[in-house]
Design a binder for this molecule. Structure first.
Ligand SMILES: Cc1ncc(COP(=O)(O)O)c(C=O)c1O
Length: 389
């Protein structure tokens, strides 16, 4: 491929010499696992989020698991969540021996529908639902206040899957636990990693213990001071190995410093896409609110205006050198969940409709203006060629 037709990947981390220098400092310090650098990363997240507690973990999946465990979710419980998400959201429910109770998404977006949550609570009765797990898809904040009060009235905990969010002042009370992801493709990345934030002191204390083998808090604190006295600890529960090492914490600190600039860049790309596709008769642009992290840019095709389906459109655009993705094939259409819970595609009509019609464009700070133009022109040309008149 010549230079101007090089393949544009769907996602790409935005790193510079600053990240390299930060990692090198940790490598040369003699202390590479969890220690003062990760503690500094956590402190910065508490500063940004305004939450009382921030706990660094080695993935959002680990963080979500810790949050469910600390909320008392256990064998046989029901946890309401969306089918329109990555499998991590639901698999952690199964880790606890509990069952996901999927409810459909909103008709005008990709987030879980509060109306459907209310219906599920009514159907299964108060007290049967241990937790509600909304997901902020693509960085679009869900209808949080409504969900918090529905859960409160049902006596259920709220664990927010914020894997697509960028750390922001979101938590205003102690009713929820929110988990960020720093996976390779996310708004900020440490390669693998996550952060749990909450104002709930009791849950934070349990998660702190369970994050590192169930070692009692005091020993953990001493361990943080470069291992001194770390032989003298007690195990208070069979915990997990979910801590984030300093090598990755160092990446997180630099990424956080750049977070505002990276968000601005994603916003400007989204604006360019919105402007370009608003008048394209074959496509529908995504809903976006002012506080969206703009992690994903999900376009929907209008099926009766095209002679080809979503799959063929995605193949043609990909063959033209643009990396695309589909968010998501819903979980109730994955073989494990469909067979375990006897679910049919039509059980969640909005999730099914969105799945069949949507695809995601690249949106990351390192995209150049030329690349953005190429993406726009390729999508528009492909739609034009296959439009139904
Ligand atoms: C919606 C959602 N939840 C959870 C996760 C899990 O994040 P992690 O890879 O940090 O465990 C992802 C990752 O892709 C995700 O997209």
């Amino acid at each position: 491929m010549s230079r101007n037709t090089e393949f544009i990947p769907f996602a790409k981390p935005s790193f510079s010499e600053e990240e390299e220098a930060a990692v090198l400092r940790v490598l040369r310090s003699g202390w590479i696992t969890t220690g003062s650098v990760t503690a500094d990363f956590e402190n910065r997240i508490t500063g940004i989020s305004g939450a009382a507690h921030a706990l660094a973990v080695n993935s959002a999946t680990s963080g979500l698991h810790l949050a469910l465990e600390a909320s008392g979710v256990s064998e046989g419980d029901l946890v309401i969540t969306s089918p329109y998400t990555f499998t991590a959201t639901a698999e952690v429910i199964r880790y606890c021996g509990a069952h996901p109770l999927f409810v459909d998404i909103e008709d005008d977006g990709y987030n879980i529908s509060p109306r459907e949550i209310a219906r599920a609570i009514k159907k299964h009765g108060n007290g049967r639902i241990a937790a509600v797990m909304p997901v902020h898809i693509g960085g679009e904040v869900c209808r949080r206040e409504e969900i918090l009060s529905l859960a409160e009235s049902a006596g259920a905990a709220v664990i927010e899957d914020g894997a697509h969010l960028q750390p922001a002042p979101l938590l205003t009370d102690s009713r929820s636990i929110l988990v960020y992801s720093f996976y390779a493709t996310k708004c900020l990345t440490t390669g693998e990693g996550g952060m749990v934030v909450t104002n709930n002191d009791e849950a934070a204390s349990r998660m702190r213990t369970m994050r590192f083998h169930g070692i009692d808090r005091e020993a953990w604190d001493r361990y943080k001071v470069k291992g001194s006295g770390s032989w003298n600890y007690d195990i208070v529960a069979p915990g997990f190995k979910y801590n984030l090492p300093d090598i990755l914490g160092a990446l997180g600190i630099v990424q956080l410093d750049k977070a505002c600039g990276m968000l601005e860049k994603r916003r400007s790309i989204a604006e360019a896409y919105d402007n370009a596709f608003a008048s394209c008769g074959q496509l529908k642009t995504p809903p976006a609110s002012a506080d969206s992290s703009r992690h994903l840019y999900i376009l929907q095709i209008i099926p009766d205006r095209l002679t080809i389906g979503r799959d063929e459109l995605v193949s043609l655009i990909t063959e033209s050198g643009i990396g695309l993705s589909v968010h998501y094939r819903p979980l109730h259409m994955m073989s494990y969940y469909s067979s375990k819970y006897n679910l049919k595609p039509q059980d969640y009509p909005e999730a099914l409709k969105k799945f069949e019609t949507s695809f995601s464009l690249p949106i990351y700070p390192d995209l150049t203006d030329d690349e953005i133009s190429r993406i726009i022109n390729t999508v528009l040309d492909t739609c034009r060629k296959h439009r139904r008149d």
